[in-house]
Design a protein around this ligand. Structure first.
Ligand code: GUN
Ligand code: FE
Length: 337
């Protein structure tokens, strides 16, 4: 393998090099692409093991939202440092982070400092019950998102990129989601959200909009290749076809889906349809672990009792943790293979 600066130039059984080329003997090692986690919450890292045995909506209302509401800039910096350390030390070199509502410059500063490649945005929440510290009206949420985008998008020669992050349909107005899609298209950046993770979440979406979650997003125009959806467990056939035809990306979080009892996403079916699926550990308190090897193991094992032992073989899962993650982030020509 010939490396020039920070770019892999060639991989061959033998490569002719000049006499002054530095040679590293890696014969005792396996060389892989850096792993990619397309859905994490760095801000939640200080709450590992502090929100156990709850379903999603209670987990958010009773534990996670009060925790996020309480974070000072110093707390948030520690949470980001802790999460980034765990990710980097276990081989994850690229992430997409959901952020939190306040103090997000601190997270971007730590992303820069850590050396990781990151897609990140501030969480937007403009609807529903939540601690007052997390609520913003739509204009405030969009304006502060755009200010962060101006400051951080393409920082460090493009190692840091902005990604809009409305939390999920339950905590957002329809207008916020539509405006966010418009801005994501204008700026050529990713729209990152949670969707169809839990039955209670689905019931709230149906109560407000009379539709299932993906069907609702489709009706309001939140579709297309820049849409990255964490979870996607509870979809009907029509919604799976929307993901496929609109080339939307599924961010699969098997550890989180097990811990919160959310369900088992029909990943083999998505892959068969040609839907892009990548991996993420989600946050420390809905997994208790940010290690990509743990996530790969779970992604494989949870499907085997349902679909048989040949489902989700090692190569498929390894691709989800590398090249398919790069594809979701629009990075496939630069990394992941
Ligand atoms: N849905 C909305 N917010 C969250 C979150 O913080 N974690 C998970 N797992 N699902 C969510
Ligand atoms: Fe999440």
């Amino acid at each position: 393998m010939l490396i020039d600066g920070d770019v892999i130039k060639d991989i061959q059984p033998e490569i002719d090099v000049s006499d002054d080329t530095e040679i590293l003997d890696a014969s005792e090692y396996v060389i892989t692409p850096g792993f990619i986690q397309t859905h994490v919450h760095l801000c939640q890292s200080l709450y590992r093991n502090c929100a156990d045995d709850l379903l999603l909506l209670d987990w958010l209302r009773k534990r996670i939202w009060p925790y996020e509401a309480s974070l000072t800039p110093d707390d948030l910096r520690l949470a980001a440092q802790l999460g980034l350390s765990e990710l980097l030390l276990s081989g994850t070199t690229t992430i997409m982070d959901m952020g939190t509502v306040k103090h997000m410059d601190v997270v971007f500063e730590e992303l820069v400092r850590s050396g990781i490649r990151a897609y990140c945005g501030k969480t937007m929440m403009d609807f529903g019950e939540m601690p007052p510290e997390l609520f913003e009206d739509m204009d405030t949420a969009l304006n502060s998102s755009q200010e962060l985008l101006q400051r951080w998008h393409n920082a460090e020669n493009g190692r840091i990129r902005y990604a809009f992050a409305p939390r999920f349909a339950v905590s957002c107005t329809e207008e916020l989601l539509k405006q966010t899609k418009k801005l994501a298209d204008e700026h050529g950046v990713i729209f990152h959200t949670h969707a169809s993770e839990n039955q209670g979440e689905l019931a709230l979406v149906r109560e407000r909009f009379g539709r299932r979650n993906i069907s609702y997003l489709n009706r309001i125009g939140v579709t297309g290749e820049n849409i990255c959806l964490a979870h996607c467990i509870w979809l009907d056939e029509e919604e799976k076809d929307i993901l496929r035809s609109e080339k939307m990306h599924v961010l699969h979080c098997p550890g989180s889906n097990l811990k919160l009892g959310s369900g088992i996403a029909p990943i083999p079916e998505y892959l068969e349809k040609g839907i892009n699926v990548s991996l993420g550990a989600d946050g420390a308190p809905c997994n208790n672990n940010l290690d990509i090897f743990n996530e790969m193991r779970l992604a494989a094992l949870i499907q085997k009792p349902i679909h048989g032992p040949q489902a989700m073989d090692a190569e498929t899962v390894f691709r989800m943790a590398t090249i398919e993650g790069a594809r979701a982030l629009g990075l496939a020509k630069d990394t992941g293979s």
